[in-house]
Each structure stands twice: as structure tokens, then as C-alpha cells.
Design a protein around this ligand. Structure first.
Ligand SMILES: Cc1ncc(COP(=O)(O)O)c(C=O)c1O
Length: 503
């Protein structure tokens, strides 16, 4: 069986459409991890992922009569583009069934390659069922995204290139798993040629059908899968891929969303390229494995397998990369609602960079502040929490709290019956390390602060929203206070958004 795959991979036809992608040393990540890390740059393929290898190999091996009738696939992702490009190159008709919810950019990308798009159903499985129907009706050939020996062999050419490009010591290869086509091909090849190289599969914690199936000794169907890493969101792995993974894959690593975001950043730092979440999974897995095994001096390859990233996701990725990389800790801190407490709190923060500061008055005796701080290593958040406590501030470490990081940080605020005489000001100041602390120290007005919102966006100017409770007969003092402060500012007290949601 292994012999069969070795031959199938060696004779696979992929280079009509695919490039032999570069294998690159990642100097910065290697230095940080104390291991030699190499990226296999499948993100540089013409459709920005490895998927065209398997799809093309499948189509190139079809009899002429089948090619003439055409092929069909169900996919809203990288497989769709691989099939479309392959069919275009072979001059054959391709029908791609996609869920009706598919974003227009993906529909356009597939159409631009000359494929016919059929929109059907709300989910991938609806689209799949419909594709099976059309396959029979129009006598088309189904090109499966992973569970097909020719598709697996096409993906296996990635493993062949890795061994050809890297002939020195090699300890492990990390591979993202969705349905398991890529890892099956890569593992089948590498285990025939260099069986000592460990093959490590990487999955997200919320989409780990393959790892669960191998643990159970049978294919396990997941009810729900996390969609962040959409390229690997598969509920049921293939029969053939399951068989090959059981035989050849040495171990599995599971990673969370924050770790994937951090890996996207690591790859960017070394290459200035942006991977999609599934594309960075193997890098996140390699980092986690190094940490879990305290590995040093090893040579590791991570397959950077895709770069079809939606631009609008970058903001989320950048935000979560900091937590995933343990560069930001977030806390809920309770301050007594009294003059000077704010300043004492700033002193307890010390020289650290404040990444976020959200507060809304809600209680006459206590204030709950949502605060984010830059840190340099994971266990630093516990030390900061202890320091706050010592300074008299009860606090909760929210660094690993999903609800807090995704929602609550954006919801701090709302209307308050305690915000009497409140005026709302927006301030800007040049953003640089320590700038927020300087702002707070310069500020200490006599008026109570009833609202505060700051998030370091990595922008040129720090943008802050402050609510100040100023009795109407003290307006003159306020004007001279603002003048002395010297920061650019805008009175937003009459802004309808403030009136509607915060007042
Ligand atoms: C970028 C990317 N990575 C990984 C995968 C998972 O591949 P497989 O289903 O062969 O395990 C896919 C599948 O579409 C993908 O597009």
C-alpha cells in the first residue's frame, strides 16, 4: 500500500499548474524558539494554497471521455479555486457547488477561472448533496477535496519536495489537518523515504475530527466545528485519509485561535507574508510542540499551506495575536470610587505599556476598570495580578477569558444614572510608549471621571474618550483646564451617538 502511494506521488502530475514552492529558513522564529524552523511556502502557489496539486492530479489522470464531460466539486474555499484552475488548464468544464452564503469575492474568484458556479443550500453539506445529484444527472466526475487516492498523491508531492529541498537532519514535519488529504500524502511519502522523520498533525481545539477519530479507533463525526480556521473546518474525515493517518502520523497537537493568530504574526515577522488561519496552523502547532516538549536544537518544518486571507479579518488577528503570543494581559480591576484612586492605580501599573483602558461609572462606591497591559512572558499576568492586590486593588485576570476578550471589552459603558453633569470629551495625543500614563498624570482634574475609553490601535495618535462630571457653574474652570492640558480635543456632549447609547 505504501509502495503504491510512493509510486503515485512520484508520478503525480502537478507541475503543469503548481510551482515547486520554496522552503525557507525562519531566522527570527528559530532564534526565539531555540530550534531551526523552516517554512514550506505553499502559500506562494498560483491559487495561494496547495489544493491545486491534488485537484489537478485527479483531473489529469481522468480518461479523455470523462474530461470531456467535465468535473464537479463542492467547496467554498481553496479546493474550489484549485479545481477551477486545473480544469481551465486542461480545457475541461468545471461546475462548483457553493452554499448560498458564500461571499461574492470567492464566487468571483472561481468564475474568473472559467468555472460554472451553482449556489445551493445554507451549508457545505447541502452543497455537497446537491453536487452528488448533479454528478449523476450530468455524468460529471466528482473531485473530492481530500478522500481520493489521486488527490492524496497530488498533495503528497509537497512531502517529496520537502525531502528533496532539505537533505540535512530533519526531526519533524508539522501539517495542518482538515479532511486529512495533505497530511496523508505528505506522511505516506516521507515515511517510505525517511521513516525517522516524525509527522505531526495540527488541528484547532474546536475542529479536531481527525485526532478524535484516531483516539477512538473509528471515524468520529463532530456536531459542530469552529470556523475561524475555515480551511480545516471538517466534521467527518475521509475513510482513506483516516486509514493513512492512523498508519503514518506520529502525533497530534491542538492549538487555539489566539495561538493561530500569534503564528500568523510570526510568519509575517519572518517573511512579510500574511497566511490565512488554516495556513498558519502548522506553525502554531510547531511552536506549541516545542513548548510542550521543551525541545531544543531540533530541525522542524511547518507547511505554510494557504494565504487566502480575508482582509477584514486582519484586525481580529492582530488583536488576538498579542494575547496568543502572551504579549498582552487583560484584567478587571476594582478601584474605590474616590479621589486619587485613579492615580494610585496608575502607579501600581508601573512603567508598563497600557494597551487598553475602559471604564464607566456604575456604582457610587466602587469602579470596575477593564485594563490591558503589555507583557513579555505568559506567567507575568499572575505577577501583575498579585501586585494590584498588594496595592489594594481586587482584580480578576481575564487573559484567558474568551467572553471578556471577544465581547465585554467592547461593551464596557452604557448608560449610568450616576453620570450627573457629565460632559464628554474626545482627546488625541501622539502615541508613543508611556503616552497614556503621561496623559493621565497631566490630567488629574478636580472633577470625577465617569467614563474612560482607550485602546492602543497601533495608530499615529492615541484616541481617548473621557466623561467628566463638571457642575454647570464650573464651566469656566473647565475651559482653562483644557487649555492648560494642551491636547487636541473635541466636545462630544451633544453627539447623538453619545445621547442615544451612553447618556
Ligand atoms: C489552507 C488550507 N490548509 C489546510 C487544509 C486542510 O487540508 P486537508 O483537508 O487535506 O486536510 C485546507 C483544505 O482546504 C486548506 O485550504
Amino acid at each position: 500500500m505504501g509502495q503504491d502511494y510512493l509510486k503515485k506521488i512520484l508520478t503525480a502530475r502537478v507541475y503543469d499548474v503548481a510551482i515547486e514552492s520554496p522552503m525557507e529558513h525562519a531566522p527570527q522564529l528559530s532564534a526565539r524558539l531555540g530550534n531551526q524552523i523552516h517554512f514550506k511556502r505553499e502559500d506562494q502557489q498560483p491559487v495561494f494554497s496547495f489544493k491545486l496539486r491534488g485537484a489537478y492530479n485527479k483531473m489529469a489522470h481522468l480518461p479523455a471521455a470523462s474530461l470531456k464531460r467535465g468535473v464537479i466539486a463542492a467547496s467554498a474555499g481553496n479546493h474550489a479555486q484549485g479545481v477551477a484552475l486545473g480544469a481551465q488548464r486542461l480545457g475541461c468544464k468545471a461546475v462548483i457547488v457553493m452554499p448560498v452564503t458564500t461571499p461574492q469575492v470567492k464566487i468571483d474568484a472561481v468564475k474568473a477561472r472559467g468555472a460554472e458556479v451553482v449556489l445551493h443550500g445554507d451549508s457545505y453539506s447541502d452543497a455537497y448533496q446537491h453536487a452528488v445529484l448533479l454528478e449523476k444527472k450530468h455524468k460529471l466526475t466528482f473531485v473530492h477535496p481530500f478522500d481520493d487516492p489521486d488527490v492524496i498523491a497530488g498533495q503528497g508531492t509537497v512531502g517529496m519536495e520537502i525531502l528533496r529541498q532539505h537533505q540535512g537532519p530533519l526531526d519533524a514535519v508539522f501539517v495542518a489537518i482538515g479532511g486529512g488529504g495533505l497530511i496523508s500524502g505528505v506522511a505516506a511519502y516521507i515515511k517510505q523515504v525517511r521513516p525517522e522523520v516524525r509527522i505531526i498533525g495540527v488541528q484547532t481545539e474546536d475542529s479536531d475530527a481527525m485526532a478524535q477519530s484516531v483516539a477512538a479507533g473509528k471515524r468520529v463525526q463532530l456536531q459542530d466545528v469552529g470556523l475561524f480556521s475555515d480551511g480545516t473546518a471538517v466534521k467527518l474525515v475521509g475513510g482513506e485519509t483516516f486509514r493513512l493517518v492512523q498508519k503514518y502520523v506520529d502525533e497530534f497537537v491542538r492549538v487555539n485561535t489566539d495561538e493561530v493568530c500569534a503564528a500568523i504574526k510570526d510568519v509575517f515577522t519572518d517573511t512579510r507574508s500574511v497566511l490565512e488561519p488554516a495556513g498558519a496552523l502548522a506553525v502554531a502547532g510547531a511552536k506549541k510542540w516545542v513548548e510542550q516538549h521543551r525541545a531544543r536544537g531540533k530541525t522542524l518544518v511547518a507547511i505554510a499551506c494557504g494565504a487566502n486571507m480575508n482582509f477584514d479579518r486582519l484586525r481580529f488577528v492582530a488583536e488576538r495575536a498579542e494575547v496568543g503570543e502572551a504579549r498582552e494581559a487583560v484584567f478587571a480591576v476594582t478601584l474605590p470610587e474616590e479621589r486619587g484612586a485613579f492615580k494610585r492605580f496608575c502607579e501600581a501599573v508601573g512603567p508598563r505599556n497600557v494597551t487598553e483602558f475602559n471604564y464607566r461609572i456604575s456604582d457610587s462606591s466602587e469602579a470596575h476598570v477593564f485594563v490591558g497591559l503589555s507583557i513579555s512572558k505568559r506567567d507575568e499576568s499572575a505577577a501583575i495580578s498579585r501586585a494590584f492586590k498588594k496595592a489594594g486593588f481586587a482584580n480578576i485576570d481575564l487573559t484567558d477569558n474568551e467572553l471578556a476578550k471577544t465581547h465585554v471589552r467592547h461593551l464596557v459603558g452604557g448608560r449610568s444614572s450616576l453620570a450627573k453633569d457629565e460632559l464628554l470629551y474626545r482627546f488625541e495625543f501622539p502615541e508613543r510608549p508611556g503616552a497614556l500614563m503621561r496623559f493621565l498624570n497631566t490630567m488629574h482634574p478636580d472633577w470625577n471621571i465617569s467614563l474612560f475609553h482607550y485602546r492602543n490601535q497601533g495608530a499615529d495618535y492615541g484616541r481617548i474618550l473621557v466623561g467628566l462630571q463638571v457642575p454647570s457653574h464650573e464651566k469656566k474652570e473647565l475651559r482653562s483646564f483644557l487649555k492648560n492640558l494642551g491636547y487636541r480635543h473635541w466636545d462630544e456632549t451633544d453627539n447623538p451617538a453619545y445621547r442615544l447609547f451612553l447618556r
